[in-house]
Design a binder for this molecule. Structure first.
Ligand code: NZQ
Ligand code: ZN
Length: 389
């Protein structure tokens, strides 16, 4: 088990009605608020009215940045930084899913970025340690952006979608009832994202970080139990609450404590798909994951021990033949995603092999995938993409 440091400064307010704490959370930061949100779902569910009512009654001066895109664009970050500077913003209040929160993190940091080109900040180890305070109200269980410091920003002009560290939210309000309105498609995609955050750390060479592995298996079992319930009954509180709780834990780093890093191969490959084709992150991950699993098992059959644990502890499968158990676990996962209604191949998303080689080169450019559970070459990545067609 390797050394680790636990340092997550975000205060989570979890459960129905926690919005009642909003004023006391914001007040210490000041009264000039930048309210950020996406394409309007928060208006449809009445959350926008609830938030603005609290802000108006509290005497806050509110500036708005709306229309933040799924796979948020650098142009929205630029606009947000401009609004913060022009209006002397004290605190950013992000209301939405991972895209709104990620964009707001980049804005919070971008305000203090000294260069002219914010894309350079996104694309570099920018070293900006200062950021405006950020508070969020989560409306979609998926990315874990409510409980981590990272964000992912897209530049459609250069076909790049890049993750970076920005700032942790000071506080996140996680009320599962705000997710009742999330479509079946986004609910399934979000759960696939949660599960992928676990797979990326679970499939590691470290064998003796038992607490992390057990937390990881608990998150997976919770997601597997409650996704079908949330799809069947969108307003089932228990299902939505459990999915929201695992969303925050899965990407927090906690399920990887004590474990050797892996380079997060499925995320590296997926970010290329959304950079080139603007697809939903969780859908890309669901398509890639079983194909990645099959390739690494074929490339290095000795890694089957990890799949055997996955098969037994997560799917409850039994048997003495390790390779057969491993394959059965991968099939169970693929079936689970399919039954949740996720399109399980790239052809359905109108993606062909035209850009696979350049996407593989990009995905591998950081050099992280040589440290993966089973190291991946560019050729392996192209093979995985082709298996997804
Ligand atoms: O824009 P609005 O109108 O709000 O609609 C959104 C959007 O169309 C809708 N939605 C959100 N909450 C809703 C709702 N619809 C009805 N009811 C609600 N309560 O759902 C759609 C998708 O929203 P988005 O925020 O894009 O989804 P998600 O939370 O999955 O975020 C995806 C982004 O996060 C990045 C992804 O790459 C992607 O860009 N990630 C961020 C991470 C992080 N910060 O740590 C890690 C992840 O691995 C991921 O890469
Ligand atoms: Zn993800």
């Amino acid at each position: 088990m390797l050394n680790y440091i636990h340092d997550i400064p975000t205060k989570l307010y979890f459960g129905e009605g926690q919005i009642r704490h909003l004023d006391e959370i914001l007040r210490p930061f000041g009264t000039n608020v930048l309210l950020t949100y996406g394409g309007g779902s928060i208006k449809k569910i009445g959350l926008y009215d609830k938030v603005t009512d609290i802000l108006n009654k509290g005497g806050y001066a509110v500036t708005e940045l709306s229309g933040i895109e799924p796979n948020p664009r650098i142009e929205s970050v630029e606009e947000g930084v401009r609004l913060c500077k022009e209006n002397n913003i004290d605190v950013i209040l992000a209301v939405g899913g991972g895209s709104t929160i990620d964009c707001s993190k980049a804005i919070a940091t971008g305000v203090y970025y000294e260069g002219d080109d914010l894309w350079q900040m996104v694309a570099s180890r920018h070293g900006v340690l200062k950021a405006l305070p950020l508070v969020d109200i989560l409306t979609l269980s998926a990315t874990g952006s409510e409980y981590d410091g990272g964000g992912v920003i897209t530049n459609l002009k250069t076909n790049e979608k890049l993750g970076n560290m920005y700032t942790y939210p000071s506080a996140s309000i996680c009320d599962p009832t705000y997710t009742y309105s999330v479509s079946k498609y986004q609910t399934a995609a979000g759960t696939a994202d949660i599960m992928s955050h676990i797979f990326e750390g679970y499939f590691s060479r470290t064998e003796d970080s038992e607490l992390s592995d057990s937390i990881a298996e608990g998150v997976l079992k919770t997601a597997i139990k409650y996704l079908p319930v949330a799809l069947e009954q969108p307003d089932n509180y228990t299902a939505r609450a459990n999915l929201m709780a695992v969303s925050s834990v899965a990407c927090s780093g906690i399920p990887e404590y004590g474990k050797q890093g892996t380079g997060w191969p499925c995320h590296a490959m997926e970010h290329e798909l959304s950079a080139y084709y603007d697809i939903t992150h969780g859908v890309g991950l669901a398509i890639l994951t079983p194909r990645w699993m099959r390739l690494i098992l074929k490339k290095d059959p000795s890694c089957a021990w990890r799949f055997v644990r996955f098969a037994k502890n997560v799917w409850g499968l039994e048997g003495d033949d390790d390779q057969a158990l491993a394959q059965a676990a991968i099939e169970a996962l693929e079936r689970f995603f399919k039954e949740a209604g996720i399109p399980m191949n790239l052809t359905e998303l109108k993606i062909d092999e035209e850009h696979f080689e350049e996407m593989a080169a990009h995905a591998n450019s950081g050099g992280y995938l040589k440290d993966a559970f089973v190291p991946l070459t560019n050729e392996d990545i192209v093979e995985i993409y082709k298996a997804c067609l």
